[in-house]
Ligand binder design. Sequence first.
Ligand SMILES: [Zn+2]
Length: 99
Amino acid sequence: MTDFHSGATAFEPHNAECPSCGGRYFMDVHWKRTCLKCYLQTKGRTESPRVQVRIVVEPIPADMLKRLVYLVHPDKHANSEASNIATKYLLQLREVQHG
Ligand SMILES: [Zn+2]
């Protein structure tokens, strides 16, 4: 418990009001004097840095595609619908990727 008479001010995390914008924010450490938005503004930024994600799609190598077509071929799966759909898909993929 805080002893109000000792003068010691042990910090306790609490919801605080931002003196800049009046918004509420969670002050989890004593040095967070403003909300994050106002803090970033003082640093010349308006928002958190965005994480850049680059997705690289590499074509399936021709020999691997050939292997996959072999594995899913309808002849090996009692001409099932699933094998037909998968084979068709792989053949289209081969056409797009390897001409
Ligand atoms: Zn603020």
